[in-house]
Design a protein around this ligand. Structure first.
Ligand code: HEM
Length: 547
């Protein structure tokens, strides 16, 4: 009897407890939807779930989902992503005419100076006060942007970039020759290594051996052509480590940005990952500081500025110092070692994958559009003549307008970056809707670049649309726009055009699979996973691509 009453008591108690939980959940859900449906400044959008918001916001390729949503909700709509205590609101924009405030070019009068809202993880990585991409300290961001832009736009630097692209291409050709022609290459992997070497040497004036190390992994070279001395072996290992750790730095930023502190601390897997990533970042920080100090010594020992190389480290370390003939502002400060280091990470992070992926997309489209390829070859011949080894110069590469039109058209249909992020500093109004400060805006690049109100027959691949361009303002956004537009735009276009000349004037490039879809994974960056191509010297083919 006693036993039965205890069980009854427990069951009663349990059901009371469950009822209590049910009531708490019900009242939470009711108050959630009450608050949602009576919210101020409503914008159309799909109804979110409590706690998680709109589950699709977690999809890596949320911009594709947003293109679908545009059909129902129009050019501006809102979605919510989850949070423990409150959901965060995202405003998606799919029309260039609604981006004018967001992509305001003014550095000083700009109500959308930030890319992200406040973020503890990025603070932990020291990225909201330093560098460029996630910097929320407007003064520090402006200072970094000004100095890094000066270095990136310097003609001496851009000329070095052309030379460097030519030299590296020569190196890559030697490896391709050893693979044997006609060969099957995964261009996506080769280009990633190519751009790693390219950006690395442009920044540090030292080699990263990414192409060489990749070639060695293919197990094609003879043993005597592989690593010959222990010293070189050490250098190669160290370079490989450095390149891998630079990638880890990027992984760490995204992990800390997207993983709330609580989840980093309580989940054992995350705790271990945080620790390992922070150790990798600490190693990298010391390594890059060593490189900076070494470069400082070279600068100090140089007899004149003319002796100095035009690499990014040298430029960043000399701007606004007595080695800089162009300093105009009296109070212009030289950059500190730590700031140089953080900006170097930004350029490494921003300049490698983006250019490598874009080049793969250009190759993919050119194989499918032989007439466009023929016109491109004609332009290359007009500028460089028939000599396949004619030297590339900054001026000659700049004259390749049709090549540039191809890059634009490929990037319109297949933008390497799919979303632009902006956050308001103060309350504002867009399309008649009111927004509070700290609102997250997402500008949907594919939706705008395919929007029929900005483009005639947007689904058709036609580089000629850029030859006499009358493109609507902010309708072509593959480098972003406004005050935070990509700083490497000029460099990337030069490198891409130089690569088009170097590859196509000498080689015939075909896809291994002409009918298969492009293999890419889509996050904020559309990453080309694999592009299998057959490459062979095009001696048998005349310049205009006709046998
Ligand atoms: C084809 C190659 C490239 C593409 C498609 C690309 C695309 C972009 C895009 C879409 C943005 C965001 C702009 C915005 O929010 O309005 C961006 C920002 C940025 N890019 Fe690039 N980029 C490329 C190459 C490069 C290169 C070569 C560098 C450096 C050498 C670079 C450095 C940066 C930096 C530092 C930012 C942040 C600017 C800021 O927040 O003020 N990018 N890029």
């Amino acid at each position: 009897m006693k036993f039965h009453s205890t069980i009854k008591f427990i069951l009663n108690d349990a059901s009371n407890f469950l009822s209590l939980i049910f009531l708490v959940i019900l009242s939470y859900v009711l108050q959630f939807y009450f608050r949602y449906f009576t919210r101020k400044d409503k914008i159309p959008g799909p109804i979110p779930f409590p706690l998680i918001g709109n589950i699709e916001t977690y999809r890596p390729n949320a911009s594709q989902w947003a293109i679908e949503l545009r059909k129902t909700y129009g050019d501006i709509f809102e979605v919510y992503s989850g949070g423990l205590f409150s959901l965060s609101r995202q405003i998606w924009i799919s029309n260039a005419n609604l981006t004018h405030k967001l992509l305001n070019p003014s550095l000083t009068q700009n109500n959308f100076p930030y890319r992200t809202t406040e973020n503890e993880g990025l603070d932990r990585m020291d990225m909201t006060n330093r560098g460029i991409i996630f910097n929320r300290n407007v003064k520090a961001w402006q200072y970094n942007r000004k100095i890094v832009s000066r270095a990136l736009m310097s003609p001496k630097f851009l000329k070095k970039a052309i030379k460097n692209t030519e030299e590296l291409f020569c190196e890559m050709e030697k490896y391709w020759e050893k693979v044997g022609y006609p060969n099957k290459l995964n261009l996506a992997s080769w280009m990633m290594r190519f751009m790693t070497d390219s950006v690395f040497i442009l920044i540090t004036h030292t080699k990263s051996y990414a192409l060489f190390n990749y070639f060695n992994t293919l197990n094609i070279s003879n043993d005597d052509e592989k690593v010959c001395t222990n010293d070189l072996e050490d250098v190669l290992k160290e370079s490989e480590k450095l390149v891998n750790y630079i990638r880890l730095h990027f992984v760490a930023c995204i992990f800390f940005k997207d993983t709330p502190k609580l989840l980093r601390k309580i989940l054992p897997g995350n705790r271990k990952k945080s620790k390992e990533l922070l150790e990798a970042v600490a190693w990298l920080n010391n390594k890059v500081l060593e490189l900076i100090r070494e470069r400082k010594r070279v600068i100090e020992n140089a007899k004149s500025a003319k002796e100095l190389s035009a690499d990014m480290l040298t430029l960043l370390l000399t701007i606004n110092t007595n080695r800089d003939s162009k300093t105009t502002e009296e109070d212009a400060m030289p950059m500190s070692e730590v700031d140089v280091r953080e900006n170097v990470y930004e350029i490494l992070g921003g300049g490698i994958d983006t250019t490598a992926n874009t080049f793969c997309y250009v190759v993919y489209y050119l194989t499918h559009y032989p007439e466009v390829k023929r016109k491109m070859l004609q332009e290359i011949e007009n500028v460089f003549g028939k000599d396949m080894n004619h030297e590339l110069t900054y001026e000659s590469v700049n004259r390749l307008n049709y090549c540039e039109a191809i890059i634009k058209e490929v990037s319109r249909l297949m933008p390497t970056v799919s979303v632009l992020f902006r956050v308001s500093a103060n309350p504002d109004e867009i399309a008649g809707y009111k927004f509070s400060e700290n609102t997250q805006f997402m500008i949907n690049i594919p939706a705008i670049q395919m929007n029929p109100s900005h483009w005639k027959q947007p689904e058709i691949f036609d580089p000629d649309r850029f030859i006499e361009p009358s493109v609507a303002k902010n309708a072509l956004l593959y480098f972003g726009g406004g005050a935070r537009i990509c700083m490497g735009k000029q460099l990337a276009i030069l490198q891409l055009k130089a690569l088009m000349v170097l590859l196509y004037r000498k080689y015939d490039v075909e896809l291994v699979d002409m009918v298969g879809d492009l293999k890419y994974s889509s996050t904020v960056v559309n990453h080309c996973e694999e592009l299998m191509v057959k490459v062979k010297p095009n001696n048998s083919i005349s310049r205009n691509g006709i046998n």
